[in-house]
Design a protein around this ligand. Structure first.
Ligand code: URA
Length: 238
């Protein structure tokens, strides 16, 4: 790859800016100041530094974000901040969220620039399980567990696919419950609509897993980290 192309891809600056940086001796290749923008480099082997800071190239990036409420799962929005805005200091130009969580939903969201992985995880054919922790206005009983196992009518053409509902706590007097629900589809507002179908309301929703990947409990809401190699490998084999 040409050195100037690499520097632009790493969002060091525009093509004309990076030419100036090279001219000024601000870019080194293996600790030797680079002389020419068209110099060929091996982006996987050579050590490229700009302003003494090493630029590490990897084509694909994978982040695990613990999404807070108030952010939209999009790359751009005219009204609300986006989940990409939370990746401060990263090179975010080509990053996007894998699927959507509602603006008021928290929890696990993968952010990447790997379209193939995203497609795999979201493809309806793959039935990747997604588990949510939910707080419910309503007394959730084993009847609801059975109903969700069979599939419910949420106003679409087809019933929902069998979903696994686990009741963590259900208070009959208060009419409140907390549950974990695993679904293998990704229909619009699916969890909220499933509870609506039994006349209950989701008051809090957090995604806690997607495929093989679990939310990192040590990751504060609003924070993110890079996926580990093992997490990535497992996701790719989901
Ligand atoms: N189901 C919902 O209703 N909302 C989400 O954000 C995710 C799943």
């Amino acid at each position: 790859m040409r050195l100037d192309k690499f520097l632009v891809e790493m969002e060091t600056g525009t093509r004309s800016q990076v030419k100036q940086y090279i001219k000024k001796g601000m870019v080194t290749v293996n600790d030797i100041p680079a002389k020419s923008p068209d110099m060929k480099i091996d982006e996987n082997q050579d050590i490229i530094k700009y302003n003494n800071r090493q630029l590490t190239y990897s084509r694909y990036k994978y982040f695990l974000l613990n999404k807070p409420a108030g952010y939209v799962s999009a790359t751009r929005d005219n009204v609300h901040p986006t989940v990409i805005d939370l990746l401060k200091g990263e090179l975010t130009r080509d990053l996007f969220p894998v699927g959507r969580l509602d603006i008021d939903t928290e929890g696990l969201l993968i952010i990447t620039n790997d379209g193939a992985l995203s497609h795999r995880l979201l493809s309806p054919a793959h039935h990747i399980p997604k588990t949510y922790y939910a707080e419910i206005d309503g007394y959730v009983t084993s009847d609801v567990v059975d109903l969700f196992k069979k599939g419910v009518n949420i106003g679409d053409e087809d019933l929902t696919l069998p979903a696994e509902l686990h009741i963590i706590k259900a208070d009959k007097d208060m009419g409140k419950s907390s549950v974990e629900l695993t679904i293998t589809e990704g229909r619009f507002h699916q969890v909220k609509r499933m509870f609506q179908s039994v006349n209950m309301t989701v008051t809090f929703l957090r995604r806690i897993s997607m495929g093989s990947l679990n939310i990192d409990e040590s990751l504060p809401v609003g924070s993110y980290r890079v996926l580990s190699d093992i997490e990535l490998q497992r996701l790719q084999n989901c």
